[in-house]
Design a protein around this ligand. Structure first.
Ligand code: AMP
Length: 281
């Protein structure tokens, strides 16, 4: 695996040395890598001649400074895991490579997506996400961008951003990797102690109950009882909802349509998100 820290060097390499690669897959991350990230690398490797991963903890997408400061970093292990996974290139920039002096901020038109769910609870978050991925895509010219469905709203937002600014980049979303008890893998799980990690399994349990019962029971009742269970376990809930594919909340299901049940909840100042996608019977 080649590691580049400088924007110019990776751009030049991809333009000159990699010109024979028919397809390049790109997996942007914030590090503290786990099997979820590695599953994106694996899919990209299967589908492309070259796979590029980036690790950059992007300050502009953190609305909460302490969340940014406490974001886990495990760089040595990340490099080891990426080597083992067969990643070809790692881009490891410092902040001034991504946001050099004179960097011009854009304002991304994200419509309602900016103000609901993650957008509502993390003001400015999606502008920051778009800013960094837009910039990374300028540097790493790729064919396909690999994203995890764990961050469902982020996938919709980045589809909107790429439609406008990188229309030739194809987005592929990949399924959420979980522990054997269902907890969605997340870098933030490193901050949970053993008890909290066990407690956090309630999120997947409740999402699964809603998904499995949604065809037979009132959504309101299901959401209320799941919410009681999650709060009872010690979480504060930001949201728990059932929506259509576009993240518009719904009150009843229509056969054959695709829905998302999604949650964001905090325990001991550690905020976790998860979702399940299902088709109404
Ligand atoms: P992050 O490092 O959290 O910014 O995540 C980098 C990419 O990995 C994003 O596209 C995430 O959606 C994806 N990702 C994070 N957790 C998982 C997971 N458990 N399963 C699959 N993809 C994931």
């Amino acid at each position: 695996m080649i590691i580049y820290k400088k924007t110019q060097e990776i751009s030049d390499w991809l333009r000159i040395e990699a010109k024979n690669a028919k397809t390049i897959g790109f997996v942007p991350t914030m590090g503290a890598l786990h099997e979820g990230h590695l599953s994106l690398i694996e899919v990209s490797k299967k589908e492309n001649d070259l796979t590029v991963c980036s690790i950059f903890v992007n300050p502009t997408q953190f609305n909460n400074p302490s969340d940014f400061e406490k974001y886990p970093t495990t760089l040595e292990n990340d490099i080891y895991l990426l080597e083992k996974a067969g990643c070809d290139i790692l881009f490891l920039p410092q902040k001034d490579e991504i946001y050099p002096d004179g960097f011009l901020k854009k304002n991304y038109t994200l419509g309602y997506l900016e103000n609901i769910f993650e957008g509502k609870y993390r003001p400015g978050h999606f502008q920051g996400v778009c800013m960094v991925v837009d910039r990374l895509l300028d540097i790493v010219s790729c064919h396909t961008l690999y994203l995890g469905r764990k961050d469902y709203q982020q996938c919709l937002v980045l589809q909107k951003m790429t439609n406008e600014f990188h229309p030739n980049v194809f987005i592929k979303t990949c399924e959420t990797k979980r522990t054997e008890n269902g907890l969605a893998m997340s870098s933030r799980n490193l901050r949970l102690n053993e008890t909290e990690r066990k407690t956090a399994e309630v999120l997947f349990k409740c999402l699964s109950q809603i998904k499995n019962e949604a065809n037979h029971q009132s959504l309101d009742l299901l959401l209320n009882s799941a919410s009681d269970e999650i709060v009872g376990a010690g979480f504060d809930i930001d949201y728990l909802a059932v929506t259509d594919e576009a993240l518009i909340e719904i009150t009843h299901l229509t056969k054959g349509e695709i829905y998302v049940v999604l949650v964001a909840a905090t325990i001991n100042n550690i905020r976790l998100i998860d979702n399940l996608i299902f088709t109404a019977l």
